[in-house]
Structure formats: structure tokens, C-alpha cells
Design a binder for this molecule. Structure first.
Ligand code: UDP
Length: 328
């Protein structure tokens, strides 16, 4: 019999890569997505069920149809800038929608749950290593909404026996090296695809959001992890739950930080082209530095990133940039 995994947000950037990895691991991913920010063309590795997280009846129908062995919950709004200007959408969609999904999962007896959280839940911590016990003091409604869902999962664990693996992502970049799926946001706000678009003139010059941060070159520092490595951790997390190891939280980052300027420089070296850019003000809600200081995923899950060096991430993103798109 097929083992179905319900993948919310399976039509999005990370979710589509997760579907490919699940398929490779012998599972059948069922994508549940409202296509507000996702792309039906990205659903290539299993069935597609269109639906909204807030639609409990639709969720019940999909749980009944497939009886999934677990949920991987990627569907969310994920832009810091938008979260600052429209926090209500973040609370309604990310928190309200997740609560409806969690209630539907529990009602269906589907008690293994993998959740996409974020290092944005930590907020600003000067010179502190960010591990899973770092206090979560988010600077923006995006981080706050993800922290709230973590709390819901813990409460449902205590009350209903829900078992959750929570992954706190650092900065996800790169694409499937076979370019079957890749990063494609409209509008795009993420650094690596914006740099590549600027390089080939698909859009205006990159604006560097602030050069007066307390970092070596004044630009923000982030810990970038390859999307394929990231989703591999999810498959390991699923096995962790199926082995009965219980609820756990894992950072997913490599422990190495790169500044905005370093990313630009590496993109120039990798593509052999220059990045047109200008310097702008800071973006509201941005932290100075977000770098993981945890080896828990490596130690407990046996997670070993293999593509998360900056050059490979940019090369894979560039390969996808040239080959793929979901624009219709
Ligand atoms: N960034 C930038 N210009 C852009 C987009 C992003 O300078 O046009 C910077 C941003 O301020 C942050 C880093 O690049 O320091 C990564 O931003 P992104 O939006 O990719 O991810 P986030 O860290 O917000 O999750």
C-alpha cells in the first residue's frame, strides 16, 4: 500500500523539494495548497488537492481520502517585510490556518507532524550562539506567528498525544540540481534569486538593505542552507517520528554565516558576471545576524548537509534560474 504524507504548501519552494525527497524515499506526497503563493506546475511527485488551511471541511475530506501517515506543514506566508505591514494576514493565515490543520489532523488520528519554523523566532541576540534553547523573542510578525504555532503543537502534544518535529530554518537557498523544481516567488524578496535576476537583467539592480550593521562589512549575516539538504532533514525527521522517538526541535543551518556582500561576491565568481547594485536603508524587521549554533540535527538525526556550501547553492540556483520557471 502507498504511504501518503500530507504536504501542505507542496506547490511552494521548499514544499515542492520536500515532495521530491519524499518520493525518492518511497513515500507518496499529497500536496495540499491554495496556490496563493504556490504553483501547480511545481506539483510533480504525487497527487494535488487544492484547498485552504482555513477550510476545515476540505481538510477533513483530504484526510479521509488518503489517511496520511504524517503531515509536513510548509504552507505559510513567509516574508518579513510583508509581515511588518500586514501582520493580521500572518496571524490569520499562519496561526489560524495552522490551528485548523492541527485540529483536523488530530481528529483524523494523524498524530505525526513535521513543522516548518524559523530562526526568525529567536530575534536579535548579540554574540550569542543560537541553539534550540535560545529564548524566542521574534522581531516581526512572521517570527511571532511561527513561534505561536510551535506553542500550539506543544499544547496538542500534551493534550492529544500529537508528536511533532519542529525545524527552525535558517536561510534556505539553492534548487534541485536537476531543475525539476526551484525557487520561484512572485513577488520575489529573497536575496539569492534577486541577485541572479539582477545579474542577467531580469530586474533592476539589487538594493542592499543597510551597510551600517555591526558586522565585518556592515551588511547582514545569514546562515544559508541548501533546500535539498533541508528537505533531507525532513525525511529524517519523519523517520524519527515513525521510530517513536517523540517530539523534538531542530535548528537547520550549517553554523557558517555569510554577509549580503559575500553572497553577491560569490554569485559574481560563480556566474562570471557582475551584480548591478545600489545601497539602500535597512529593511524593517531584519536581524543583524542569524547563524545556527546547534549540532542537534547532526547528532540526533544523523543529518549531514552535502550541498550547503555557498558556491554549490548559487550554482544550483543559477542552473534553475536558467532552466526553469512556473510562469504561465
Ligand atoms: N537583502 C538585501 N536586498 C534584497 C533582499 C534581501 O540586502 O533585495 C538582505 C536582507 O536584508 C537580509 C538578507 O539579504 O539581510 C537575506 O534576506 P532574505 O529576504 O533572503 O531572507 P530573510 O533573512 O529575510 O529570511
Amino acid at each position: 500500500a502507498l504511504t501518503y504524507i500530507l504536504v501542505t504548501g507542496g506547490a511552494g519552494y521548499i514544499g515542492s523539494h520536500a515532495c521530491k525527497a519524499l518520493r525518492a524515499a518511497g513515500f507518496t506526497p499529497v500536496t495540499y495548497d491554495n496556490l496563493v503563493t504556490g504553483w501547480q506546475d511545481a506539483v510533480k511527485f504525487g497527487p494535488f488537492e487544492k484547498g485552504d488551511l482555513s477550510d476545515r471541511a476540505r481538510l477533513d475530506e483530504v484526510f479521509a481520502k488518503y489517511q496520511p501517515a504524517a503531515v509536513m506543514h510548509f504552507a505559510a506566508l513567509s516574508q518579513v517585510g510583508e509581515a511588518m505591514s500586514e501582520p493580521g494576514r500572518y496571524w490569520a493565515n499562519n496561526v489560524g490556518g495552522s490551528l485548523t490543520l492541527i485540529e483536523a489532523a488530530v481528529a483524523a488520528g494523524c498524530l505525526d507532524f513535521v513543522f516548518s519554523s524559523t530562526c526568525a523566532t529567536y530575534g536579535e541576540h548579540d554574540n550569542v550562539v543560537l541553539d534550540e534553547s535560545t529564548p524566542q523573542v521574534p522581531l516581526n510578525a512572521y517570527g511571532a506567528s511561527k513561534r505561536a504555532v510551535e506553542d500550539i503543537l506543544r499544547d496538542f502534544g500534551a493534550s492529544h498525544g500529537l508528536r511533532s518535529v519542529i525545524f527552525r530554518y535558517f536561510n534556505v537557498a539553492g534548487a534541485d540540481p536537476e531543475a525539476e523544481v526551484g525557487e520561484f516567488h512572485r513577488p520575489e524578496t529573497h536575496l539569492v534569486p534577486l541577485v541572479l535576476d539582477a545579474i542577467d537583467g531580469k530586474r533592476d539592480a539589487l538594493t542592499i538593505f543597510g551597510t551600517d550593521y555591526d558586522t565585518p562589512d556592515g551588511t547582514c549575516v545569514r546562515d544559508y542552507v541548501h533546500v535539498c539538504d533541508l528537505v533531507d532533514a525532513h525525511v529524517l525527521g519523519l523517520k524519527w517520528l515513525k521510530d517513536g522517538k517523540g517530539s523534538q526541535v531542530f535548528n537547520l543551518g550549517t553554523g557558517t554565516g555569510f554577509s549580503v556582500r559575500e553572497v553577491m561576491d560569490k554569485a559574481e565568481a560563480t556566474t562570471g558576471k557582475s551584480v548591478p547594485h545600489s545601497i539602500g536603508p535597512r529593511r524593517a524587521g531584519d536581524c543583524t545576524k542569524l547563524v545556527s549554533g546547534s549540532v542537534r540535527a547532526a547528532t540526533l538525526l544523523g543529518w549531514e548537509p552535502t550541498r550547503s556550501d555557498l558556491e554549490t547553492m548559487i550554482a544550483d540556483a543559477w542552473g534553475w534560474h536558467k532552466a526553469g520557471a512556473y510562469e504561465r
